[in-house]
Design a protein around this ligand. Structure first.
Ligand SMILES: *Cc1c(COP(=O)(O)O)cnc(C)c1O
Length: 364
């Protein structure tokens, strides 16, 4: 991923600096309104990263020490870590091969009376089956927190993935489709939860610093609970507003490059590229291919030797030293060992793609 940043972002950041308002302020508020509207959510609460957003989201749905939180092992490690931050136990569930996502069945297989929440990831931008998972979690009485770190611009059942999510966390790290340097957002449906999240990201204060500064009369704040400093700056939000205006174009370009990869890879045996699921569209945040009968690490070094910077597929948290456990997650293991991520960014040309697929064809 190469971030698509230009002169407009530089100007917007410079304007924020010149305005003198650099911490969370009017640009953050404006970015929250625009981003939540773009992803179909009622409220947006900007935070310092998706990781801190997931932490706050779990607190907001009531996760406490001793609870279990079901997570996919096949995800960036921050997904599991956020449960740990609450003193809860992440319980790893398997994913389906086609999408890399949790399903009702894989969640049900590890569900216990101590399960308080599920963090389902729209992995690499591929939406999970939102209708099935939202319905099942509601029936079980388990909170569903959506890790939408990679999913800005993805859709499910004809709507942006944020629509109909009760809580979703988003990332604006430079490895995602749109970036603010570091940064994240929690979108929620319920206004009371939005208010709680705003308080939690700002030391538990009942009045935001921005509101205090804006008021002509002194407002005395009070601290209602133990909170955090998980704020985004106005400099980041200024960049985010410009990035958001590019989002549709960036996603359209990624989808057309992905379509061309599909054409070129058609008929190459042992190479199965990620695709849109039946119920939605991916932003192709990552274009991964699952290999069969081709050694992934050999493929990576052949591609590197040909000047192509492909990456290994998505990690599996349950085999990392931080978590190592001997649960049996066959699809997770298959995907993490046998998949790789091909270059897909706004500067990728058709001849780059021809070259990349040429190397793969030779391997197959
Ligand atoms: C990138 C990512 C995160 C972490 O996002 P940050 O903004 O860097 O904290 C969390 N979950 C998933 C699935 C991710 O891909």
């Amino acid at each position: 991923m190469i971030p698509c940043l230009g002169e407009e972002e530089a100007q917007a950041a410079a304007e924020a600096v010149r305005s003198g308002w650099v911490a969370q302020g009017p640009r953050v508020a404006s970015f929250e309104r625009s981003f939540s509207a773009a992803v179909g959510a009622a409220h947006g609460v900007a935070v310092s990263s998706c990781t801190t957003g997931l932490h706050l989201a779990l607190i907001a749905v009531g996760v406490e020490p001793g609870d279990e939180v079901i997570v996919p092992s096949l995800s960036f490690i921050a997904t599991a870590n956020s449960a740990k931050y609450c003193g809860a136990t992440p319980v790893f569930a398997d994913v389906e091969l086609a999408t890399g996502n949790l399903t009702v069945e894989t969640i049900d297989a590890v569900r216990t009376p101590r399960t308080k929440a599920v963090i389902a990831v729209h992995q690499a931008g591929v939406p999970f089956d939102v209708l099935s998972l939202r319905r099942a979690c509601a029936q079980w009485g388990i909170a569903l927190v959506e890790d939408a770190a990679c999913a800005a611009g993805s859709t499910a059942y004809g709507s942006p993935v944020g629509a109909g999510a009760s809580v979703a966390a988003w990332s604006f790290h430079p490895r995602k489709v749109m970036t603010t340097g570091e940064g994240g957002m929690v979108t929620v449906d319920d206004p009371a939860q939005a208010a709680r999240l705003r308080r939690l990201r700002e030391h538990g204060m009942n009045v935001s610093a921005a509101d205090r500064h804006a008021s002509a009369q002194p407002i005395l704040e009070s601290y209602l609970e133990v909170g955090y400093n998980y704020r985004m700056t106005d400099i980041q939000a200024a960049i985010g507003l410009v990035q958001l205006s590019r989002l549709d174009g960036l996603v359209a370009q990624r989808r057309s490059l992905a379509a061309r990869y599909h054409e070129l890879l058609e008929g190459i045996e042992g190479v199965t590229p990620v695709r849109d699921p039946a119920y939605g569209t991916t932003n192709f945040q990552s274009f991964w291919v699952l290999l069969d009968g081709i050694d992934r690490d050999v493929a990576l070094s052949e591609l590197a030797a040909a000047g192509v910077s492909a990456r290994r597929g998505i990690m599996a948290a349950h085999v990392e030293p931080a978590y190592v456990t001997d649960v049996d997650l066959p699809n997770t293991m298959r995907l993490t060992k046998d998949s790789l991520i091909l270059p897909l960014h706004h500067k990728l040309t058709e001849s780059d793609q021809d070259h990349i697929v040429g190397v793969i064809r030779k391997l197959a």
